[in-house]
Design a protein around this ligand. Sequence first.
Ligand code: HSE
Length: 296
Amino acid sequence: MKKVTIRVPATTANLGPGFDAFGCALGLYTDVTFEETPFGLEITGCDEAYAGPDNLAYTSFCAVMASLSEEVKGVKIHIDAQIPIARGLGSSAALLVAGAMGANVLHGNKMSTQGLLNITNAMEGHPDNLAPAFYGGLTASMVDNGLPVTVNFPLHPDWEIIALIPDFDLPTAKSRSVLPTQVSRADAIYNVAHGAMVLKAFELGDEKLMRNGMQDKLHQNYRRHLIEDYDRIEAMIRTTGAAFCLSGAGPTLLCITRNKNLRQLLEEKLPKITKANWQVMPLHVEFQGARIIAEE
Ligand code: HSE
């Protein structure tokens, strides 16, 4: 095989209390095509600023090639991204996953998904977006002796996940730079307990448990000031009975509800209370992880 296209779903990480651990794949995709050539690197379909050797699809492609003891001669990469960049929907993880799978598929599929997750996790530093991008669905991951371990959790079919995506970005590095390096025992206990409730609420479809469980002391309060409209949006969503959290490192905000009318309500109310422009985007849970959609 000379050419392959990998489709990777968007992911929302943390889901409130599951900081760096929980994640869920969503129905929005980045497709990346890899074609090996005799020499050189050509990246198309993205901003010129991202079209160099630092591109994450290329760096993870090279990392997997190195693990396979294969030489990277040349490669053409074409990116067709629906997932917006630096919005908290796993755009970087999608490129890492695509690059890793691309190299593996072009060289005989010798590595397992776990092996690819190990390599990309070492690059990203936390597995919460990568795991659902590889496996699909709702996942929780831990890192043990440097290696990620992931499990899937069941989801009640009636959940509606609505992403509120603003017209500005927030680089993950900036959003992580405001976090404390140490937290109190009380805050750690708070998140462990709330995290367990969120996973059960996802399974049961229990809105009250979801609303109450989806609270956090490890990251959201430190990050809210980076998003000017955060407090106003949170206050408005709390009046609707939906659960609310930051998607990953932000700036996208997430509502989780069983109320089929929430989308319309948000579309009406958001422009009245916000300074930025916010797109209201309902997204279904994607149960299938990264996959090949074309090969030659
Ligand atoms: N868990 C990560 C964070 C997700 O919140 O910083 C973004 O990569």
